[in-house]
Design a binder for this molecule. Structure first.
Ligand code: HEC
Ligand code: HEC
Ligand code: HEC
Length: 468
């Protein structure tokens, strides 16, 4: 039996397609698409408050919405969370105060402005001994003041209010204020009892020992940051790296040109360049957990994220960084190839053997698997325990800049220990090695990667006369 496979297009088919296309087009045009962004809905108070906005990008979109929430919070925008109040959009008499009615900018406002509150978080809730971040605090307001239902963490409208509060703090040039000025600094015995890491102690020597009731939490945050693997919640870290945040964010996160995390905190929420969406600080931390240390993510309400954020705020306060300040040294820079010649893998392998191998091992596996020195274990830069393929450092232009400014230890932006060409060559050599392909790579894939790398390690040991 033979089937006829070809279908001959009839004129009526084309007509149907055309009619459908016009119909869908019209539907989108009249219904679904915001054709004139920035025009509707208008809010003169919002304009007067945060200034004129083009609504050109995601940040301004969120800022605009955030301004609408705080000026009209109780009725339209946040109705969903205030169900318990039996508010309805059209029942104007049931109106309760908007955020700015109490949290105004004026001197006789009933409560501090949201910009002023922004820089006081994360804070300690003395009743429960837990750390509360700004997001949580807004949730509390909905429940306590508005009699509302509890919004989710990650709720877009809460993030929009955060963007508004951040923007106010930025416009007012505020500095974080999480540490009480009149508190007592922790004693050496207290630091010992908290098992304070050596990297944190060095940071406290430089910036001052944390003070007041918040101090033990600052230390906990710093410990997680500098000894991430040791301070994992139980059950995490299977087949994962033993790297620390401070393996890259050096000097306990306080080194310029090594992605200083005080610089980071004063710039979130902000647009994250690689995917052009607005990231909060917590989302940015989570991203490094996933990509840089290939760690399974903790819950959004995780105490770990809050403690790290508190430590970052403390760092920003100590260095008196203003909200929104963007120092030239922020982040990890880019360096690109020089005109002289392309980066060379062979030259990179040679330089690596001379300048890096002694610490990071012949195949770049670091010393984590070989020794257990608590305060000095050069982390892996290749292989199954290194940062994953989608981490920022796996771009060779970023990697080259990181090592130019920071490696071998002792190097700084002002006094590098490598030439630009050497850094580019080494980056090229590193780029062609193996590493986990994506965060959350399955155990089997990581195991396979691990076997491959063990063979590669032996091979490299042979070639370079090293070994482990
Ligand atoms: C009826 C007045 C009133 C309204 C309306 C109001 N607040 Fe408050 N809010 C206060 C007062 C008073 C405090 C306590 C201030 C203090 O601790 O100094 C407060 C505290 C806060 C805090 C800090 C909470 C903490 O845990 O320390 C945040 C954040 C906050 N409000 C956000 C908001 C937001 C967002 C809205 C609108 C959705 C809002 N508030 C609406 C009066 C109000
Ligand atoms: C393998 C190296 C590496 C590790 C480990 C690492 N990070 Fe990162 N981190 C980076 C790089 C690279 C960037 C990108 C800096 C940039 O955007 O220029 C970054 C960015 C960040 C930022 C945003 C910086 C900014 O200025 O916007 C934060 C916050 C952050 N990391 C927190 C952490 C935390 C918390 C940990 C530990 C859980 C961690 N990182 C572990 C390499 C690392
Ligand atoms: C004296 C030992 C030593 C030498 C030599 C050295 N490193 Fe490191 N490296 C470290 C230590 C220790 C860290 C962790 C930083 C910290 O804890 O302050 C690190 C961190 C790194 C990191 C970021 C963390 C990671 O694992 O991804 C990279 C990348 C890196 N080194 C690459 C290099 C390269 C490339 C060279 C050669 C140019 C080099 N290092 C030379 C000790 C060394």
């Amino acid at each position: 039996m033979r089937f006829k496979l070809a279908y001959r297009l009839k004129k009526s088919d084309l007509l149907t397609v055309a009619v459908l296309a016009v119909g869908i087009g019209a539907l989108l045009f009249f219904k679904g698409v915001d054709r004139a962004p920035g025009v509707t809905p208008d809010c003169p108070e919002c304009r007067a408050d945060v200034g004129s906005m083009e609504r050109g990008g995601h940040y301004e979109e969120m800022l605009w919405n955030g301004a609408q929430h705080v000026h009209h919070s109780s009725n339209e925008s946040l109705l969903q969370f205030t169900r318990a109040n039996r508010l309805r959009v059209d029942s104007k008499d049931a109106k309760i105060a908007n955020c700015v009615d109490c949290h105004g900018d004026g001197p006789d406002a009933a409560a501090p402005s949201l910009g002023a509150l922004w820089v006081r978080f994360p804070r300690l809730d003395k009743a429960t001994g837990r750390i509360i971040d700004f997001e949580k605090a807004v949730q509390h307001e909905f429940v306590n003041r508005y009699d509302g239902t509890k919004p989710f963490y990650n709720e877009v409208r809460i993030t929009e209010i955060m963007v508004y509060a951040y923007e106010k703090a930025r416009q007012q040039g505020r500095v974080f204020d999480v540490e009480p000025d009149d508190g007592q600094p922790l004693t050496v015995a207290q630091l010992d009892a908290l098992d304070t890491s050596a990297a944190c102690r060095r940071s406290f020597d430089k910036l001052g020992v944390p003070k007041g009731d918040i101090a033990p939490y600052v230390v906990k945050g710093c410990n997680i940051f500098t000894e991430t693997a040791r301070n994992r919640p139980a059950g995490y870290g299977f087949w994962k790296t033993r790297m620390n945040c401070s393996s890259c964010h050096m000097d306990a996160g306080g080194k310029e040109y090594a992605a200083h995390v005080g610089d980071a905190l004063v710039n979130y929420p902000g647009v994250y360049s690689s995917n052009n969406i607005v990231f909060t600080n917590r989302m940015r931390i989570a991203r490094c957990y996933a990509h840089s240390i290939n760690e399974i993510l903790y819950g959004a309400n995780s105490e770990h994220y809050k403690l790290i954020t508190l430590y970052m705020a403390w760092l920003a306060e100590k260095e008196q960084l203003r909200v929104g300040e963007h120092r030239p040294s922020r982040g990890i820079h880019n360096i690109r190839g020089t005109a002289a010649r392309h980066a060379s893998i062979i030259a990179g392998q040679k330089s690596y053997a001379q300048k890096c191998e002694i610490c990071h091992g012949p195949a770049g596996y670091g010393s984590d698997r070989f020794d257990r020195l608590r305060d000095f274990s050069p982390p892996p830069i290749n292989g199954s325990e290194a940062f994953v393929h989608t981490a920022t450092l796996s771009y060779s232009s970023r990697f080259a800049s990181f090592i130019l400014n920071n490696m071998p230890p002792g190097a700084t932006h002002e006094a590098p220990l490598l030439s630009e060409q050497e850094a580019l060559d080494i980056a090229e050599f590193i780029r062609v090695q193996t590493r986990p392909s994506a965060p959350g790579t399955s155990n089997l894939a990581v195991f396979y990667n691990y076997l491959t790398n063990t063979v590669m390690e032996a091979w490299f040991g042979d070639k370079t006369g090293g070994g482990s």
